[in-house]
Design a protein around this ligand. Structure first.
Ligand code: NAI
Length: 255
């Protein structure tokens, strides 16, 4: 059992001073905006990403640090977790998509997506989770997707959709295991968001029309609009929330 917290002024609950946050895939896009939001809330941030060329200056801009990391490399993830034993907030955000019809999805396509989007999330939860459990304190937030709840169209992306459904259920499984030990595990499930990942879709008239037409709010999210949801889940503002998938999709899943 974890002790109930003492009441505090409500805006103080969102402050992260003195906490170290790691954001995977934080060099650009949604991950960068999440890291920026956490830094503005007071956290010390480490961006962990494959892409050092973009990630180094991005980390500098936030007053944080950069670590090269391939989340699919379990040994590298373990080494980073050992190097940063004081991490209290882990954001699993690295992700890739392959838009292929199911019947043309080769073994390598399936495996590549699963390795980044699902295996990588588990390796990071397991390795950073150990030190959080030892300290009895930590918050993990993964970037899942509305694709874990619905199957997107018109573009095919079977491996991506399944990987994100896996992240949502991994979230629930770990929340159940670790809830009484002080470590909360949640995810955000964004809808279409304007980042390099969606550029191809926006340039494809049929995809763009469907994406906008099927979103009740009639637009894509800007990447900074995902960050407040992550801040809520990462901070003490959500002290009694665990195992949750917070959908941030302009209403897409309503239809
Ligand atoms: P992005 O492609 O702009 O950024 C992804 C970042 O992850 C890049 O910096 C890339 O270098 C890094 N990365 C890729 N593979 C990696 C690996 N093996 N190890 C470490 N870092 C790696 O993508 P975006 O759009 O910012 O997506 C971020 C997350 O949000 C992903 O998990 C994605 O699936 C999810 N998401 C994106 C949506 C969108 O519409 N853009 C909607 C819902 C979820």
């Amino acid at each position: 059992m974890t002790p109930a917290p003492e009441p505090r002024p409500i805006l103080d609950l969102f402050k992260l001073y003195g906490r170290h946050a790691v954001v995977t895939g934080g060099a650009q896009g949604i991950g960068y905006e999440i890291a920026k939001g956490l830094a503005q809330a007071g956290a010390r941030v480490t961006l962990a990403d494959l892409n050092a060329e973009v990630g180094e200056p991005a980390a500098q801009a936030l007053g944080g640090t950069f670590e090269v990391l391939d989340v699919t490399d379990a040994a590298a993830v373990a080494a980073l977790a050992a190097k940063l034993p004081d991490v209290e907030i882990l954001v699993n955000n690295a992700g890739i998509v392959r838009n292929l019809p199911a019947e043309d999805t080769e073994d390598d396509d399936w495996t590549a997506v699963m390795k980044v989007n699902l295996d990588g999330v588990f390796w990071c939860c397991r390795e950073f989770g150990r030190s959080m459990l030892a300290r009895g304190r930590g918050s993990i937030v993964s970037t899942a997707s509305m694709s874990g709840l619905i199957s997107n169209h018109p573009q095919p992306q079977v491996a991506y959709n399944v990987s994100k459904a896996g992240v949502i259920h991994l979230t629930r499984s770990l929340a159940g295991e670790w809830g009484a030990r002080g470590v909360r595990v949640n995810c955000v499930s964004p809808g279409y968001t304007a980042t390099p990942m969606t550029r191809r879709g926006l340039d494809t008239p049929e995809w763009r029309a469907t994406w906008l037409g099927e979103t009740p709010m009639g637009r894509l999210a800007e990447p900074f609009e995902i960050a407040p949801a992550v801040l809520y889940l990462a901070s003490d503002a959500s002290s009694f929330v665990t195992g949750h998938s917070l959908v941030v999709d302009g209403g897409y899943v309503c239809w």
